[in-house]
Design a protein around this ligand. Sequence first.
Ligand code: FAD
Ligand code: NAI
Length: 466
Amino acid sequence: MSYDLIVIGSGPAGYVCAIRAAQLGLKTAVVEKEKTFGGTCLNIGCIPSKALLHASELFEEAGHGFAAFGIGVGTPKLDLKQMMAHRAETVAANVNGVAFLFKKNKIDSHIGTGRLTGPGSVEVTAEDGTKTTIEGKAIVIATGSEVTPLKGVAIDEKRIVSSTGALELDKVPGKLVVIGAGVIGLELGSVWRRLGAEVEVIEFLDRILPGMDAEVAKQSLRLFQKQGMSFRLSSKVTGAAPTDTGVTLTVEPAAGGAAETITADIVLLAIGRRPFTAGLGLEEAGVKLDGRGRVETDAHYRTSVPGIYAIGDVVAGPMLAHKGEDEGMAVAEIIAGKAGHVNYEAIPAVVYTYPEIASVGRSEEELKEAGIAYNVGRFPFTANGRARANRTTEGFVKVLADKETDRVLGVHIVGAQAGEMIHEAVVLMEFRGSSEDLARSTHAHPTMSEAVKEAALAVDKRAIHI
Ligand code: FAD
Ligand code: NAI
C-alpha cells in the first residue's frame, strides 16, 4: 500500500493533519496503536476531564450555590456511576466522531504500532503480531506524550494513579494527595474535592502553575485554598508505598530537611508529561531528538530526515491539543506545497477549574525578563454587573500592552468562562491589535466580557466602572 502521506498517531495533531491533507487531495493513511482514535486528548485527557469538571461543578453548585438564588434542592446525592457513564458517553461520541471524519475524508486507518523501517516505509504491528508494511512519500510523527514518572512513586492506576486512573476512580477517596500543582493536579484535584474528597496538593516550587503569570497564580492559589484544597509548596515527595488501606508518602522540604510521613487513600502523580517515541525506530531511521527527548524539527516541522515531519506533544512547545491541531493543519499544507503557519505568540492556555484561568501571550515576568517596557490594565469581576448577577465575582482581567506602541502582548483572565473570553484577545493579538483597539470595540452589556474591555481601558487609566 502506497500513500502520499502516512500519519503515525491519531491524537489532535495527527487526526487534524490527516483530515487537512485529505482535503488537499493527498492520499492519506493514519497508523494508531490504540483501539480508538483521538489520542490522549479525546480518550484520557481533555474530553473526559472536562466531562467530569462540568458534572462535578454542577454537583457543587446544587449543594452550595443554588440556595443563594432562592432555589432549594436539598442535599444533592452523588451517583458516581452515572457521572462516569456521562464521561464515557462523551468520550465515545468524540472518538467515534473522528472515525466518521476519517471515513468521510477517505483516510485509510491501520490499527497497530507503527515503526519507521526505511525511507518512506512504516511497519505496522497489529495486536496479534501481524506485520504490514506501508509506503508513504511523506511521514508525519504525531505520537504524543506520556506521564512523567517519579522515582519512588510507582503508578499502579489503583491507589497511585496518573490522570488516567484519576478519571476512573470507582469511589470518592477520603483523602487524595496530588503530587504537582500544575494543570492536571488543579483540574482533577478540583473534581474530587467537589465530590467530597479532602485534597492536599504537594508542589516542588514555591508557587502553583509555573509558567503562568505570577499574579494570576497567586490569586488562583488563594481561591483554591478558599474552596478547601490545601497546598504544601516547596516540598517534594521522596516515596509513596501502597498499604492495605491506602498509601503512605514521605515528603521533604524541596531544599532538603526532615522528612515527614503522610497518608492518603489515593495519590495522583501529575508532575508533567514527556514526549512518547518508544518503539518508533527513530534512532535507526536517523531522526534526531533534542536534549529533552523531543523530536527535533525546523520551522516547517521537518525532522533531520528528509520526508519525515513531526508535530504535537512529541515536539517542542506547549503540550496543548489546539497547538497540535494547528501544527497538524500547517504541516499538511506545507507537505501539499502550500504555506502552512502557526503563530506561537498567540496560543491560548486554559485551566478549566472554577474559576477558569486563561492566558495568551506573555506574562509580566516574561516581559520583564525580555526587557520590554509595558503598561498594565486590570479590572476585577467584583465591579462587573453580569458577574454580580451570576454570583461569579471571583477573579480579574489583566491586559499587558507595549509601553511605546500599545500593541497587546499578553492577556490573563481568572474568572468564570475565562476560557471562552480569552479568544477575543487571541484574535486581537493575531491581528497585532492594541489595547486602544480592544477598548474601543463595543462589548455587549451585561456580559462578563465587558471586564476585558474595562481592563483595556485601564491600560490608559480610563476604566469607567472602577
Ligand atoms: P496524543 O493525543 O498523545 O496522541 C498520540 C497518539 O499516537 C496516541 O493515540 C497514541 O496511541 C498514538 N501512538 C503513539 N505511538 C504510536 C506508534 N508507534 N504507532 C501508532 N500509534 C502511536 N490539552 C488541551 O489543550 N486542553 C485540555 O483541556 C487538556 N486536558 C488534558 C487533560 C489530561 C488529563 C491530559 C493528560 C492532557 C490534557 N491535555 C489538554 C493535553 C492534550 O491531551 C495533548 O496536548 C494532546 O493530546 C496532544 O496531542 P498529540 O496528537 O500530539 O498526541
Ligand atoms: P504541569 O507541567 O502542568 O505541572 C506539573 C507540576 O508538577 C509543576 O507545577 C511542577 O513544578 C510540579 N512538579 C514537578 N516535579 C515535581 C515533584 N517531584 N514533586 C512535586 N511537584 C513537582 O504538568 P501536568 O499537570 O502533569 O500536566 C501535563 C501537561 O498536560 C500540561 O503541562 C499541559 O500541557 C497538559 N494539560 C493541559 C490541560 C489544559 O490545557 N487544560 C489540562 C491537563 C493537562
